[in-house]
Design a protein around this ligand. Structure first.
Ligand SMILES: Cc1cc2nc3c(=O)[nH]c(=O)nc-3n(C[C@H](O)[C@H](O)[C@H](O)COP(=O)(O)O)c2cc1C
Ligand SMILES: CC(C)CC(=O)C(=O)O
Length: 379
């Protein structure tokens, strides 16, 4: 019998349960979007605007959900999105998430702002298909170089550069509750930063407002331009994904500048409010990229059918954020595993109901977007 924490039908049930057990500062930081949270809401809403058209009389007695990413087979087209400070949710934090992703056969993206050191997180996920390291670029470029090279030596398979955060969005819950990293936790990857001591003081500080936004404003390099990508290729041989792309033009420029993958994302509605839902931005970006590099997306993925919609609209895989934190808060590694398993089972069943025995059977014609006509309207 599953314990109570693991008894849920779908991942949408988890947020109110996590709210009951997490301290309000931590829950507020995890759950919130920026400003009026219009983009945050639209991420989930957008998926409800798209309809699925099943094809019939196809042999779906066997359904294969696997895909290849960077040459590795993954159990289904989902990755765990980079999320900072996971030990606020559970003492095992990023270690539990990494083990769970590996056990479920999917990649995890580890945040620069982890509360477990990146090599330990990589080690915990050693049984998995692949892991990526998410990079925030600090003003101190030598430190950035060391961080990337340490990630490469530790066995990460790709670098994900987050390009939508020259500053942190205005998250009002963090301001309201004066968000600080709890005293017993550290941003473990940043201990080598020359000003680490000062920065640690800031994330823990008594200054008013969000400690993390203050720290970000002090240390993140907000002067980045496209020439950063050629520089990055000189310090690492790993493939480089750009995370936070929302326009076809930027996707194109990113690929021209040397990106090996594009992640369509509005950072879970936490950066620019009123940015488009990632799903709405996806088709134009997929067209601009034109299969030159993989296109991933995140924001609002909560169901197996959400994965189907994103893939049919041009994504090669999707990432999931907050439900992982809720599963982690409720039951550590087992909670994260149950979240991933629930979505994988939904995906498998919905693929069968769509007449798709494998991922390559998913096709644009099976999704009706808000701007499409229903197929029979043309008869
Ligand atoms: C609590 C939290 C922390 C996050 N930390 C990072 C981070 O460190 N780096 C990053 O690139 N994105 C970060 N993100 C954004 C996620 O990677 C992802 O884009 C977003 O959460 C996906 O939307 P979803 O939560 O609706 O699934 C964070 C998101 C949340 C909710
Ligand atoms: C520590 C933060 C900079 C991590 C982040 O990207 C976020 O909170 O959205």
């Amino acid at each position: 019998m599953p314990s109570n924490e693991l008894a849920f039908q779908n991942v949408g049930e988890l947020r109110p349960r996590a709210e009951k057990i997490l301290p309000k500062q931590a829950f507020g930081y995890y759950v919130s979007g920026s400003e009026s949270e219009s983009t945050l809401r639209d991420n989930e809403e957008s998926f409800k605007r798209y309809r699925l058209v099943p094809r019939l009389m196809v042999d779906v007695s066997k359904v294969d959900t696997t895909v290849k990413l960077l040459g590795k087979e993954i159990a289904f087209p989902l990755l765990v999105a980079p999320m900072a400070m996971q030990r606020m949710a559970h003492p095992d934090g990023e270690l539990a998430t990494s083990r769970a992703a590996a056990a479920e056969g999917i990649p995890m993206v580890q945040s620069t702002m982890g509360t477990v050191e990146l090599a330990e997180v990589r080690e915990a996920g050693a049984a998995g298909p692949l892991m990526m390291f998410q990079l925030y670029v600090f003003k101190e470029r030598d430190f950035v170089k060391q961080l990337i090279q340490h990630a490469e030596r530790s066995g990460y398979d790709a670098i994900v550069v987050t390009v939508d955060a020259p500053f942190l969005g205005k998250r009002e819950a963090d301001e309201r509750y004066g968000f600080k990293l709890p005293e017993h936790l550290r941003l473990e990857n940043l201990t080598g930063l020359a000003e680490a001591a000062r920065m640690e003081r800031k994330v823990h500080s008594e200054e008013k407002g969000s400690g993390i936004a203050l720290h970000f404003a002090d240390h993140i390099d907000s002067s980045l331009t496209w020439d950063f990508l050629p520089w990055l290729h000189t310090v690492t041989s790993l493939p480089i994904f750009l995370k936070g792309v929302l326009s076809p033009e930027d996707a194109h420029m990113g690929v021209q500048a040397g990106a090996d993958g594009i992640i369509v994302s509005n950072h879970g509605g936490r950066q620019l409010d009123f940015a488009p839902a990632a799903l709405d931005a996806l088709p134009g970006i997929a067209a601009a990229v034109g299969k030159r590099v993989p296109v991933l997306m995140d924001g609002g993925v909560r169901r197996g059918t959400d994965i189907i919609k994103a893939l049919a609209m041009g994504a090669d895989a999707v990432l999931i954020g907050r439900p992982i934190l809720w599963g982690l808060a409720l039951a550590g590694e087992e909670g994260v595993r149950k979240v991933l398993e629930t979505i994988r089972k939904e995906l498998r069943l919905s693929m069968a109901l769509m007449g798709c025995p494998s991922i390559r059977h998913l096709h644009r014609s099976m999704v009706i977007a808000p701007w499409d006509q229903y197929p029979n309207a043309r008869l």
